[in-house]
Design a protein around this ligand. Structure first.
Ligand SMILES: C[S@@+](CC[C@H](N)C(=O)[O-])C[C@H]1O[C@@H](n2cnc3c(N)ncnc32)[C@H](O)[C@@H]1O
Length: 276
């Protein structure tokens, strides 16, 4: 399956294992707050849940315990992610969990079949997020809800003391993402995208992570690991010498006693109207 996408699990990081570790950390660090928001948005045990772009399954596993009587259908396009998912979640019965290899752009799932859909860190990497949101709208039952969790690079992570080389790294990363069909400024359009798609009763919230609570190294790892720059260098957006400068600054930043990082992720919920 070859849909255009800026994110590739196998090339995003220095190794697949490295990226899988980062994705696990990214779920662990924010799960409590995301779970609280999901429940507040209306996720209830027993609902039929659809998770799109489920990756290696770390979020899926948390969902399985948050809604222990729900059936969960996971959709994923990447065979490497699917293989890991199947290993990680093996032994879970098929009435509780189904994995479907498909694109969010065209899932082949029946109309009006799910109560709740979750799309986490997926739409930023797609050239047609409205097309993806339309597909989610189609498969939701009338009155069903969709929650999209995503980011916008301009307020995704704040660091103190300032790290100018890191900003250069982000600029180059953004050029890479844009050239590959994604949108690093996606978060600011979430409301418009859901509105244009036809979702109603929109509700936009944020989850804040702070290094004073969670530690500087893990927050740095999920928000700006220098390993993100591997494909950026490979595609010629960043020079090795620039990477060296970023590395030196990172080392200094991480050893600074007062260093802090704040991360903000966005969560929006929309409802499928009862009559369309
Ligand atoms: C950054 S990862 C996030 C994984 C997971 N949702 C999480 O939060 O841990 C993005 C995932 O979306 C998947 N993806 C990208 N484009 C997709 C598409 N068109 N259809 C389905 N999945 C897609 C990727 O393969 C990857 O597993």
């Amino acid at each position: 399956m070859t849909d255009v996408r800026a994110y590739d699990l196998s090339t995003w990081n220095r190794s697949v294992e490295g990226e899988i570790h980062r994705l696990r950390l990214q779920v662990d660090l924010s799960w409590k707050k995301e779970a609280r928001n999901l429940s507040w948005f209306g996720l209830q045990d027993g609902m039929s849940v659809l998770e799109l772009g489920s990756g290696p399954g770390f979020f899926t596993k948390k969902l399985l315990s948050l809604v222990p009587n729900s059936s969960i259908t996971a959709v994923e396009i990447d065979p490497t992610a699917i293989e890991y998912f199947q290993q990680y979640l093996q032994g879970i019965t098929s009435d509780r969990l189904k994995m479907i290899e498909a694109s969010i752009m065209d899932t082949n799932l029946p109309d009006n079949s799910f109560d709740f859909a979750i799309v986490r860190y997926v739409l930023w990497n797609l050239p047609d997020p409205i097309g993806a949101a339309k597909e989610v709208l189609r498969v939701l039952k009338p009155g069903g809800k969709c929650v999209i969790t995503d980011y916008d690079d301009e307020f995704y992570s704040l660091v103190d003391p300032p790290a100018p080389k890191r900003l250069l790294g982000f600029e180059k990363l953004n050029q890479f993402v844009t050239a590959n069909g994604g949108n690093p400024k996606f978060g600011r359009y979430l409301w418009r995208i859901l509105k244009e798609t036809g979702f109603k009763k929109l509700n936009l919230e944020a989850v804040i992570l702070h290094s004073d609570e969670l530690g500087i190294e893990p927050l740095f790892k999920i928000s700006f690991d220098e390993a993100f720059l591997v494909p950026v260098i490979q595609q010629g957006f960043l020079k090795e010498t620039e990477l060296e400068e970023i590395r030196a600054e990172t080392k200094q930043f991480l050893s600074s006693p007062n260093a802090l990082i704040m991360i903000e992720l966005l969560m929006i919920c929309g409802e499928k109207p009862l009559a369309t």
